[in-house]
Every structure is written in C-alpha cells, then in structure tokens.
Design a protein around this ligand. Structure first.
Ligand code: FHN
Length: 457
C-alpha cells in the first residue's frame, strides 16, 4: 500500500477507530457485539443513581458478604435469613427517596457475595421467600420504579461464597470445592440472571465479584453475550469480565467485555471519552452499620459535580436497616442533594465532562452551547480560564442568578465574580458560547490538577 493510500485510509478510518475505542461490548470473542449506544446515552444523561446494599446481614450490622466467616461465623451468617423480617420495608419510600435526591436510576443488590437472593428465585430456596417476611422485594421495587419513572437496575455478584457449586470458599467455610462444579454454578447463575431480565425487567446488570480465579475471561465474554441475547438494550458493567484491574475501575483493553468502567470509592479520572460510573458510599460501609459516619452535604454535592466534570455517572450507596427503613438522616441528606439539583440540575443532567479539566478548586461540564463552571472554592477575582479555540463567550452568569461581566483577551477568558456569597457547596457559573464545545480538545487549567479525589472512607 503506497504512502498516499495509507494517508487516505487513516483519514477515512480515524473517526471509526476513535468511535470503536469509546464503545465497549462483547470483547474479543464477540467483536461485532457493541454496547447499545441508545441505552448508553440515555444512562449517561441520567448522571446520578442510588445504590442499595441490603440483606439479612443487616441484623448483625457487619459488612455484607465480607463479614461471613470472619466477624460472623458461617453457620450464624447463613441462618440469619430465618430471622430476617423487615416489616417496615416500603418500596414507595425507597424510590421516593431516590427521586427526592434527583436520582434517575436505582441499583439494588439482588444477590451479593453471601449468595442470598432478594427475590422469589426458582433456582434456590436461599431467598427472600424462605424468610418470615415472605414478600418479593425485587418485585415490589421493580414495580414501584416503573410507577415513579426511576430506571430499575440490579447488582448481581458473580462470586457466591454460599453456593455449593461455586469453587472458591471464604472465611471459616470448611466445605471442600470440586472444580468440576463450576459449569453447574454458571448454569445456575445464568438461570438467575434470566429471571432478573425476564421477570423483573432489570435495565442494567451491575455485576461484581469477578476477581477470583473461579471466573475466567471466557466466562465473562460469554455471560455478556448471553445477557445481550436476553435483551439487546441491556447495559452491563465491566465487572462481567476480567478487564478491570484496580479501583480506578476502567477496562484496561478492548478485548474485555463490558459497557462502562466502575471506579469504586473514588471519583474516576477525567475521561469524557469513555463511559464510566463511580460507586461511592454515603456512609462508610456498603451495608447498614449503626452510627456509621455519613458524608456532609458539601462532600456529596462536590463528589457529584466532580464526577460529572470528569465525564462519569455517580452511584451513591445507602444501606437500609434490618427493619426495612432507610435511616432518617440518610433520607434527609438525599433530600438536601435533591434540593441543590432542583436549582442547578441543568449543570449535571444530560451534560458531558469538560472542556476544562478538573482542578482542586473547580470542574466543568457542558451541554449544547452552555459550559458550566463548578466552583468548589472561591477563586481569585476575576476567574481566569484558557480561551476555547474557535469558540467565543457571548455571556456569563451565575446559573439561575445574576449576569457576570466577561471578556476574552490574550487567550484568556476572564469572568468577574459576584461580590456577594455564592452557593458554598458548589457555585455554578454558566458561559453561553457561540457554538457547542462537544468534541473539542479538553483544556488544562493553571493550578493543581484534581487527583482522583477519594472521598473520606
Ligand atoms: O466486595 C464488594 C463490596 O461489598 C461492594 O459490593 C462493592 C460495590 O461496588 N463491590 C465489591 C468490592 O469491590
């Protein structure tokens, strides 16, 4: 191929190569099975969801899954379901709390590492119907989400330290394992996942527990393809496969399956070109713990704005109590976040990260011709930003507030700041541009770049 042909090929193919890099899918085993773009964009526009970790373990207040066979002996842990009777559980209240927080989707732990199923599963008796409660939590939540217009999604743990056929044990679990059983476990897993899709209409499968050697890259790609065969519009996170290497959570290479990256307990790195979602606890533990330390309103709002400023979604977690209620103080905190979004939601929903890369003091999002600057600290006045090549700033204002003087000179945008106090959690300035900034190069700001801020644990 001569030089001219190579150049021509690159010019034609480049956009395709770039697009391919952005979209995940079935991995190297299913190269043509790409992420459902429509579902992905709708989900990315949502930006904010509720994560719920819950199960019989709340009767002990210890961490779900991990405390089995450690803080709580296996025999005790595995019999907790016989006392689990959350009579104050009300799906309306849970979904209403998510809505009041401004959250657009909800992800419930249908089955965590301890193997307990929160629905009436035909594949096992180790489920909610074997408890004194005998109500199908997933059915009630799925129906209530549909009623209140919140997207119903399910977390499902691939590893199952309770299931006899799963081939890795945890804690003081004395049972031997037989490698031959793993195919039987995978058959069980697929039948349960089919229930979640067909019967409970989950819209997103949030897999977890893929890191043990019992689960392989091949298993991951096959499960991804199987899920998409059940419902082609499903979204599936990258923990279906082995491409996630550390808490930064992104997939290391396109040969791995998955539709979005999953940083955990930290705000993901600035990546407006890759779909990702940070999952972070409102308190410290995933499941409920008495008197657990709860994040401040400022920390919650800045975590959400920083995540959106990096191009990601935020999945904020609560752990309901053993009686079925979410603690009042946590419901109140969610409501406070929702009130902030009531005023400034335009700077979060439907936006994409950038064009200015986040620093310690600010982050930016954009949508159409509007660029939103999220100020977490009061900067020097005027606020100085690098000029956006090929775009002019037509006007500046506090979002929902007063107009601000703005000019561009010497490659800098200078915004005069308001004299009085602005929102101490996150003061949002909106810049009206003479065109969209989507796809334009991201810009570094002088000053310390934001490190992947890990909210207090
Ligand atoms: O072990 C789990 C943990 O309990 C929790 O479910 C988090 C949520 O993403 N995921 C695992 C740790 O990476």
């Amino acid at each position: 191929m001569n030089r001219r042909a190579i150049v021509l090929f690159l010019i034609l193919a480049l956009p395709l190569i770039l697009a391919a890099q952005q979209l995940g899918g079935g991995g190297e085993a299913y190269p043509r099975l790409k992420t459902n773009k429509e579902s992905l964009e709708k989900w990315q526009d949502m930006r904010f969801g509720l994560f719920i970790h819950w199960g019989p373990v709340t009767l002990r207040g210890t961490e779900i899954g991990w405390s089995r066979g450690v803080q709580v002996p296996v025999a005790d842990y595995d019999s907790l379901y016989q006392e689990f009777n959350p009579v104050l559980f009300d799906a309306r209240e849970w979904v209403a709390a998510a809505k009041a927080a401004g959250m657009k989707y909800l992800v419930i732990t249908s089955k965590h590492h301890d193997g307990f199923s929160l629905w009436d599963s035909q594949q096992t008796d180790y489920d909610i119907m074997s408890t004194p409660f005998r109500r199908d939590v997933l059915k009630e939540l799925s129906e209530e989400c549909a009623r209140q217009g919140v997207l119903f999604c399910t977390y499902y743990s691939i590893l199952d330290w309770h299931h006899p056929f799963y081939t890795t044990r945890h804690g003081d679990d004395p049972r031997p394992v037989k490698a031959a059983d793993m195919p039987l476990y995978i058959d069980f897993l697929k039948k349960q996942v089919a229930e979640l899709v067909r019967k409970y209409k989950t819209r997103l499968l949030w897999f977890d527990g893929q890191w043990e050697d019992s689960w392989t890259h091949r298993n991951g790609m096959d499960l991804y393809a199987y899920c998409r065969s059940l419902d082609d519009s499903l979204l599936i996170n990258n923990r279906v496969d082995k491409g996630r290497r550390d808490e930064r959570g992104l997939t290391v290479a396109s040969q791995y399956a998955g539709d979005f990256g999953t940083p955990e307990q930290e705000i993901g790195a600035f990546h407006p070109d890759i779909p990702w979602e940070s999952c972070i606890t409102l308190c410290r533990q995933w499941a409920w713990k008495p008197n657990d330390t709860m994040k401040s309103l400022k920390e919650c709002i800045q975590t959400l704005a920083r995540t959106a400023g990096g191009g990601g979604n935020l999945l904020l977690n609560v752990g309901p109590m053993p009686d079925g209620r979410v603690e009042r103080r946590q419901v109140d905190r969610l409501g406070e976040i929702g009130r902030w979004l009531g005023k400034y939601g335009e700077s979060i929903y439907g936006t994409r990260g950038g064009p200015f890369k986040p620093t310690e003091g600010l982050a930016s999002t954009h949508k159409g011709r509007r660029v939103f600057i999220h100020l977490f600290k009061r900067p020097a006045d005027p606020l100085i930003l690098p000029e956006i090549k090929g775009r002019r700033v037509l006007a500046a204002a506090l979002l929902g507030g007063q107009k601000l003087a703005v000019d561009t000179a010497a490659g800098q945008i200078r915004v005069r700041l308001p004299g009085g106090p602005a929102d101490e959690n996150d003061a949002v300035i909106v810049l009206e541009m003479d065109g969209t900034v989507e796809g334009l190069e991201s810009l570094e700001l002088p000053g310390r770049a934001a490190v992947n801020a890990s909210p207090a644990r």
